[in-house]
Design a protein around this ligand. Structure first.
Ligand SMILES: [Zn+2]
Ligand SMILES: [Zn+2]
Length: 239
């Protein structure tokens, strides 16, 4: 089919495929194949690189595995990867994806996160990508689960399909935003249920933004209590 298309039409289709999902400008991909963003947006999204905590993704002054907080209270996961701090262009992109339902942008951000994971692999290669689930009532309200859309992008890059069925949200918890840390943990207790298929698997858990990490902690603990071999975490941004 592609062979029969006139050359100019194929050219147009190719350009259209490579429209940057963030600035919406067409661009000619250079360097790494499968990079969804134009060079300017890519630069903006990944501007704050440098040493960061293996446990929570916070930027560190000097290279070391963990920040002081994670040394004191280690997270249940092996390691965390993120695109960057939750600010500027990355923050704007996450907000647009999540609150304006820009699914293509969420998937593209997932692909970028996937390429960063490839560049800096987890200690254990993930066997299943599990998005933080939304409660069915919240899902109906929003129409999509942002973590699942991000997972689809990561899955494209890593060649590993998302397995959203491994973790379920069984309690519709009030919004976390207004609660302090202790309140968040209590609020989330028994919020998740892990499926038996998680047993023995190295799981990659996905969320959009890590703030206090309470949701990720409870979800990771639920998977580990159900017999998961290990949990690693990837989020778009670290607040
Ligand atoms: Zn762009
Ligand atoms: Zn840390």
């Amino acid at each position: 089919m592609g062979m029969t298309l006139p050359k100019f039409l194929r050219h147009l289709l190719l350009l259209d495929e490579r429209r940057c999902p963030l600035c919406l400008e067409p661009f000619v991909p250079s360097g790494k194949a499968g990079q969804p963003f134009c060079p300017e947006c890519l630069k903006g999204l990944t501007e704050a690189q440098g040493p960061c905590c293996e446990g929570c993704g916070r930027l560190l002054q000097s290279p070391s595995a963990y920040c002081g907080t994670c040394l004191q209270s280690p997270p249940p996961w092996l390691a965390l990867r993120r695109i960057g701090p939750y600010r500027r262009l990355l923050r704007g992109a996450v907000l647009r994806g999540k609150f304006h339902g820009d699914i293509a942008l969420l998937t593209a951000l997932g692909m970028l996160l996937g390429s960063l994971i490839q560049a800096r692999p987890f200690p254990k290669a993930p066997e299943a990508i599990v998005p933080i689930p939304l409660h069915p009532a919240r899902l109906r309200e929003r129409g999509f689960n942002q973590s699942l859309e991000i997972s689809r992008g990561i899955a494209k890059t890593l060649g590993l399909p998302p397995a959203p069925a491994l973790l379920e949200r069984i309690r519709n918890t009030p919004s976390q935003r207004t609660l302090k840390r202790a309140g968040r943990m209590a609020n989330l207790k028994d919020a998740f249920l892990s499926r038996p298929e998680a047993r023995g698997k190295h799981i990659l858990l996905i969320d959009d933004v890590m703030t206090t990490g309470s949701t990720l902690r409870i979800a990771a603990d639920t998977l580990l209590n159900a017999g998961a071999a290990s949990v690693s975490v990837a989020v778009l941004a670290r607040d």
